[in-house]
Design a protein around this ligand. Structure first.
Ligand code: NAD
Length: 258
């Protein structure tokens, strides 16, 4: 499929994990890809991989929690690759901390990257979409923004915030721009999941609690993001698409209960 031929897609946090898979998915479907990431080296690697699809790609080292940095990066990508048709707001961080153990610094950094960063990037990109009469924004939330989990206080609060930001943007930017979110469950093999992936007990419990009986992959999320950015999703806006293998739908009752 070449659903995005001639389009320009901007992916934040595109240097690794889900963001890289998203960037490569759009490149494989014909798009030019702008990769914004705090880690310049990883962003450059994504650009190299995208080039194997024969697509133009450009990396800019950016901290999404810094609005001036975001504005400059959006200008640079638009100048290099053309006006942005699709924004995938994906950059995020996570500290696994219980509420009472979370420091001021961890709380504030999580908010400024995961939530304020998504606001800055949307605010920087949407005006050019409005001026051109169309565009798609996909926000990467999390199932942690929908269910309670231990050790996810700051993270879950920001992810719930991104889902509400999605709805507000959809209302204000419609009918010109469709704004939707994906809410991934356990996606193995990313930077954020390094410690989880190593912990067999956690992995087995997660997989055992997931109706499809496997961990998700970055490519699973990329497929859902590409769908939401495609014309097939033109009547969908303000929605959150769970990409969690059914984890949050499932409540297994232990054997032996009546
Ligand atoms: P990852 O660590 O592999 O990728 C995150 C990327 O964001 C990295 O390349 C990192 O350098 C970049 N980044 C971090 N802070 C940044 C900043 N301030 N400015 C710009 N870039 C920054 O993690 P991932 O698992 O691929 O996470 C991507 C998104 O998916 C995050 O928003 C995360 O919350 C969400 N998510 C992941 C999972 C999962 O299980 N992996 C589940 C639900 C949601």
């Amino acid at each position: 499929m070449q659903r995005f031929a001639g389009k320009t897609v901007l992916v934040t946090g595109g240097g690794y994990g889900i963001g890289r898979a998203v960037a490569l998915r759009f490149a494989s479907e014909g798009a030019s890809v702008g990769v914004l990431d705090l880690d310049q080296q990883r962003a450059n690697e994504t650009v190299k991989l995208a080039a194997t699809s024969g697509r133009a790609a450009h990396a800019v080292r950016t901290d999404v929690s810094d609005s001036a940095d975001v504005n400059r990066a959006v200008q640079e990508v638009s100048a290099k690759l053309g006006p942005i048709d699709v924004l995938v707001s994906n950059a995020g961080i996570r500290y696994v901390r219980k509420v009472l153990e979370t420091t001021d610094e961890e709380w504030n950094r999580t908010l400024s990257v995961n939530l304020t960063g998504m606001f800055y990037v949307s605010r920087a990109v949407a005006p050019q979409m409005l001026a051109r009469g169309g565009g798609k924004i996909v926000i990467v939330g999390s199932m942690s923004g929908l269910i309670g989990q231990s050790g996810r206080a700051a993270y879950g609060a920001t992810k719930a915030g991104t889902l509400q930001l999605t709805r507000s943007l959809a209302v204000e930017l419609g009918p010109t721009i469709n704004v939707n979110a994906v809410a991934p469950g356990y996606i193995a093999g990313t930077g954020m999941m390094v410690e989880v992936d190593k912990d067999t007990k956690t992995v087995n419990w997660m997989i055992g609690s997931t109706p499809v009986h496997r961990a998700g992959t970055p490519e699973d999320v990329a497929g859902a993001v590409a769908f939401l950015a495609s014309d097939d999703a033109s009547f969908i806006t303000g929605a959150t698409l769970l990409v969690d293998g059914g984890f949050s739908a499932a409540r297994y009752m232990p054997a032996g209960l009546f």
